[in-house]
Design a binder for this molecule. Structure first.
Ligand code: ADP
Ligand code: MG
Length: 253
């Protein structure tokens, strides 16, 4: 077997992160992160509040500029200053804890606006794709509803459908169910489970350990700006090797 070079591995992966560091002033938030996500893989990132999980996600689509290191997304090195980051971001769907829908637009309009402005799709095509994706998240019939007329779980599913309407190659989720009432979490996780089954590449920051256990191919535990351990859910959640992982799990499980 020939040894894969760093460049070859980065080119084949959906996400490849090498030596990633990020500081805010004197505060070092990411202290040298190395990891990658293969195409079609679902990776869950877990860890205490403040450990750098959101910053890691935000460095993948350059919402934050890394202080050092290299980030490659679908073969494009996004940390290369020559790269057109808007083109790269178009290929990455992002879903946040708060839904970031436009309050003055209907569900359908929330799904068509970026398709029309960014992808330059015509109205009919954008609406057809929007309806398909609203159906995919279980919201057929809610096309004309405004965000305020929808539950938090429904709003988050609109946000997921909006991301899907841009045909992303991968999806980043940052605690997508943390702002939801407990009885609304299940519907959102069901949509994410279906996406994973359809082969979507997903990097998911979550505190939902049952989701991580069932859906993740791999779980990454972060603490204090570093990856402490990673492995299958059985390894990391079921039989953690590190004391810090055990302490964290004891609090969330
Ligand atoms: P997590 O998502 O794991 O809770 P974050 O990545 O949000 O952690 O934050 C990690 C650390 O970085 C925290 O101490 C947080 O206060 C700090 N931080 C995050 N964003 C900024 C910012 N824009 N400016 C200064 N500090 C920040
Ligand atoms: Mg966070």
């Amino acid at each position: 077997m020939t040894k894969e070079t760093t460049e070859e591995r980065a080119a084949g992966a959906a996400i490849d992160v090498r030596g990633l560091r990020k500081s805010f002033g004197a505060l070092e938030v990411l202290r040298g992160i190395d990891f990658s996500v293969a195409r079609g893989e679902v990776v869950c990132v877990i860890g205490p509040s403040g450990s750098g999980k959101s910053t890691l996600l935000r460095c993948v689509n350059l919402l934050e500029e890394p202080s050092a290191g290299r980030v490659t997304v679908a073969g494009t090195e996004v940390t290369d200053p020559e790269v057109d980051i808007d083109r790269v971001r178009r290929r990455i769907g992002m879903v946040f804890q708060s839904f970031h829908l436009f309050p003055h637009l209907t569900a359908l309009e929330n799904l068509t606006i970026a398709q029309r402005r960014v992808l330059h799709r015509g109205r009919a095509e954008a609406e057809r794709i929007a309806r398909t994706n609203l159906a995919r998240v279980g919201l057929s019939g809610k096309e004309a509803a405004y965000p305020a007329q929808l539950s938090g779980g429904q709003q988050q599913r609109v946000a997921i459908a909006r991301a899907l309407s841009m045909d992303p190659e991968l999806m980043l989720f940052d605690e997508p169910t943390s702002a939801l009432d407990p009885e609304l979490v299940g519907d959102v996780l069901a949509v994410m489970r279906a996406l994973a089954r359809d082969g979507m590449t997903m990097l998911v920051v979550t505190h939902e350990m049952s989701f991580a256990r069932e859906v993740a191919d791999r779980v990454v535990f972060m603490d204090d700006g570093s990856i402490v351990e990673e492995g299958t859910p059985e390894q990391v959640v079921g039989a953690p090797r590190h004391e810090r992982t055990r302490t964290f799990l004891a609090r969330v499980l």
